[in-house]
Design a protein around this ligand. Structure first.
Ligand code: NDP
Length: 314
């Protein structure tokens, strides 16, 4: 099978990928975008987004992503379902292979593979994953209607998850390892103003407790330790939502691009240029600092402009 040739391959479909597709299409680069496993990225698993410009009343994250996707399609971007499984950045055109075996020869590549939720690393977390343990409140919250749950973390994701779950559950314990939230002031105020959220400060999870066998399991509690006194306590909960941040999705690029010690793609300051000329990165995959939908979208714009300029110089 002959490889598909493109001037610009975009890997990933969050705000960065779709925005790159809008700009690359309008620059006549005829981009092909692979959406990956989670079409639309992390925004599709959040609830209401109130801080994306252009939506004065707020809009559901999934709807924002569909809006940007439709905008990219309007300018002719080719958007494909599926994943890129391997890349070869050793020479141009770059050779990439999709999960259906399609070979792609790309003159430029924009990486927008985003980030994935981090796990605590407890063996019990693995054991009950999908049976009472989750990293996605909007996906799984429904199953805990009228029940008691715990959210682990003190950032914006944990605060959003806790307030979302408080609308469904009887009680939400928000368990944080310090005595101060990292979340934005707005989200903190929302958490503190919600009657059925109880803060559990200065505690770390030791074990997720549960019952059942491999066919049917459920969570019954969460064993915690006070980081100062070392005293332990158990919360009786039916679900545990882990919201302790994200790690960049860069496994595919290890050994091909320069990554930092936390595996984020290193870009030249003020640009989307990676260590390989012709390969650009945008959004959470290279952003340790801001990690907002709007900064990811801006990064996608920047990457498409950098790719266009690169092609003009070739
Ligand atoms: P953050 O990195 O901001 O927060 C992670 C939280 O988890 C911190 O409170 C951290 O504690 C805690 N934590 C980390 N590791 C552990 C561990 N092993 N055990 C216990 N607790 C742990 O991640 P978020 O996903 O919340 O947010 C990522 C970015 O996305 C941020 O920039 C945020 O502003 C943004 N965001 C924006 C939203 C919006 O604007 N609508 C919504 C959601 C996210 P500690 O504080 O002690 O480090």
């Amino acid at each position: 099978m002959n490889p598909t040739k493109t001037r610009c391959l975009i890997i990933g479909s969050g705000p960065a990928g779709y925005t790159a597709a809008i700009y690359a299409s309008r620059a006549n680069m005829n981009p092909i975008l692979y959406e990956g496993m989670q079409r639309g990225g992390q925004l599709t698993i959040t609830s209401m987004v109130d801080n994306f410009p252009g939506y004065p009343e707020g809009r559901m994250g999934g709807d924002i992503m569909e809006d940007i996707r439709q905008q990219a399609l309007r300018f002719g971007a080719e958007i494909r379902e599926g994943e890129i499984l391997s890349v070869d950045f050793s020479k141009r055109p770059f050779r990439c292979t999709a999960d259906d075996g399609t070979q792609i020869e790309a003159e430029t590549v924009i990486i927008a593979t985003g980030a994935s939720a981090r796990w605590l690393g407890l063996p019990s977390e693995k054991e009950y994953n999908g049976s009472g343990v989750s990293t996605c409140a909007t996906c799984d919250g429904f199953f805990y209607k009228g029940k008691d749950v715990a959210v682990i973390g003190g950032g914006d994701t944990a605060a959003e998850d806790a307030t979302y779950l408080a609308g469904l559950c009887r009680k939400v314990y928000m368990v944080h390892r310090r005595d101060q939230l990292r979340a934005s002031q707005f989200m903190q105020e929302k958490v503190f103003a919600t009657n059925n959220i109880e803060m559990v400060w200065n505690h770390i999870p030791l074990e997720i407790l549960g019952e059942g066998d491999k066919f049917s399991k459920s969570v019954t509690g969460l064993r915690l330790q006070n980081v100062q006194t070392k005293a332990e306590q158990t919360l009786a909960v039916d679900g545990v939502f882990v919201a302790i941040g994200h790690h960049p999705n860069t496994e595919l690029f290890e050994g091909q691009l320069e990554l930092d010690e936390e595996k984020y793609i290193v870009t030249q300051p003020g640009t989307s240029k990676t260590s390989v000329p012709g390969v650009f990165a945008a959004g959470d995959v290279q952003d340790r600092q801001y990690k907002q939908a709007i900064t990811a979208a801006a990064g996608g714009c920047r990457a498409a402009i950098d790719a266009e300029r690169f092609l003009k110089q070739c």
